[in-house]
Write a protein that binds this ligand. Structure first.
Ligand SMILES: *Cc1c(COP(=O)(O)O)cnc(C)c1O
Length: 456
């Protein structure tokens, strides 16, 4: 990726209109309508070994998305001098909260300064604190865990599934103790996790569900958008995410009392009536951030359709190819977010080529793929840090903290970290079908030349 290109407005619209027909009602696990021929091979000498690259000087659509209307909204907001949400009861933040809730199909939304802040706000608003335990996944952004730690709650880690990369509901159930208060599942890569099983387990054990939907704007499970299935959903609007403003976050829910409590928490504990009633940090989104989000919102649905169309195309093309297996989508996945497009690398089909050699070779062909999370979060030093802290030692017994440590053996997460191959998709999946072919052809070229590469 040398430099990024803008997609012109006209080109963008024409891509959308051809995309829409193919995507409406797309059921990823349903019958296939596109060619079922599998990857198209493309031979020749590997670029890494001196050959011609498949996609020299590859440029992907630019992300984050910018247009003149967004620039105008920012300029207007700057000129207005109303930069804080409390300066204007129907300002950008309030307008965006309504628009985003409508888009997701939730009764309401409360914005904050980040996805991490949104997660922490919900944990506080639910009244959780020291002594409580929340079960989550180790295969996520550190913001998930920090949202729990900020309230001095114990994040208990359940393993993930090797084919979906999502939290394993059965391991969640095994990790429930008498102190468990909630489950925080993540819709990793932007596709729905197994919400059917998660909700069953939560109901059976009387637990609350806080969906980490920070990657999953517009993803849909059994006809419902993620972020509306559990008690609350948390979204991130950080630059890389598919609706973004640099740094920002939003909480969605159908529980208006919970949303009111979230408003209070993120407003330094001061409620909408101006009374300071509880513990709360100051996490308010500002009017400039929301100005960008209002502009981004205008294209979110169209962009989501294009990403789904391209993701579907890639799924079709890689069908039957055993060397790279795309992320499994659960039955009931009616729409994905495709913030990331991911595969697992299956060593047994590559004749001695490692995942990292593959990434190098495919990069030389002009296609930048990456390993994503290097180590599961159970392998990071925060686990020892909290165990050695007075606050955790005061609120959790030595036996509990020892058990916490012992349960950090999460082999599926380790396997996924070692085998992940991913495409940052916010921009790239907005490209055209021929760009998807570049991805397929680069991968297949490396595959065809694997034996020659292995000898180097
Ligand atoms: C990005 C992200 C977060 C944190 O969001 P920020 O806005 O960066 O604080 C949390 N969880 C997941 C899964 C994310 O991808």
């Amino acid at each position: 990726m040398k430099e990024e290109k803008h997609i012109s407005r006209r080109k963008f619209i024409s891509t959308v209109s051809t995309a829409t027909a193919a995507v409406v009602g797309a059921q990823f696990l349903g019958p296939l309508s596109l060619a079922e021929t599998g990857p198209t091979p493309k031979g020749g000498k590997l670029a890494l070994l001196g050959g011609k690259p498949v996609a020299p000087n590859k440029v992907w659509p630019k992300w984050p998305y910018v247009d003149e209307k967004i620039v105008a909204r920012i300029t207007d907001t700057v000129r207005s001098g109303k930069w804080c949400r409390i300066d204007n009861s129907n300002g950008n933040v309030t307008q965006f909260e309504h628009a985003f809730a409508d888009l997701i199909g939730a009764k309401g939304c409360v914005c904050t300064g980040s996805g991490t802040q949104s997660l922490h706000t919900v944990v506080e608003a639910m009244g959780f604190g020291p002594g409580d335990e929340i079960i989550t996944s180790p295969y996520t952004d550190m913001g998930t865990i920090q949202g729990i730690l900020a309230a001095r709650v114990l994040p208990v880690l359940a393993d993930i599934e090797k084919d979906s990369f999502q939290i394993d509901p059965e391991d969640v159930e095994r990790k429930i103790t008498s102190h468990t208060v909630a489950i925080m599942p993540i819709h990793i890569m932007g596709q729905p996790c197994n919400m059917g099983r998660i909700m069953e387990i939560a109901e059976k054990h009387h637990l609350r569900v806080i969906e980490d939907a920070c990657q999953a704007h517009l993803a849909e499970y059994k006809g419902k958008k993620v972020g509306t299935i559990g008690d609350a959903g948390c979204f991130s609007f950080q630059s890389s995410k598919v609706i973004s403003c640099g740094e920002g976050g939003g909480i969605t829910s159908n529980d208006l009392k919970l949303l009111d409590d979230c408003y209070t928490v993120q407003n330094h504990g001061t409620n909408r009536q101006g009374r300071s009633v509880t513990i709360g940090p100051k996490y308010r989104m500002n009017e400039l951030e929301a100005a960008i989000l209002l502009g981004q919102m205008e294209h979110a649905k169209e962009q989501n359709e294009i990403r789904n169309r391209n993701a579907r195309y890639l799924y079709e093309k890689f069908k039957g190819f055993q060397g790279l297996v795309p992320q499994k989508l659960y039955e009931g996945t009616t729409n994905g977010s495709f913030y990331l497009y991911t595969w697992s690398f299956r060593d047994e089909y590559w004749d001695g080529i490692t995942r990292d050699m593959f990434l190098k070779a495919v990069a030389a062909e002009g296609i930048g793929l990456s390993p994503y999370i290097k180590n599961g979060l159970h392998r990071e030093p925060w686990t020892d840090n909290i165990i050695s802290r007075k606050s955790y030692q005061a609120m959790y017994s030595p036996g509990r903290l020892q058990q916490f440590k012992e349960e950090l053996t999460l082999p599926n997460c380790d396997w996924v970290c070692a085998h992940m191959v991913m495409l940052w998709a916010s921009g790239p999946l907005l490209a055209e079908t021929k760009d998807m072919d570049d991805v397929v052809n680069a991968v297949m070229k490396v595959y065809e030349n694997r034996k020659e590469l292995a000898q180097k």
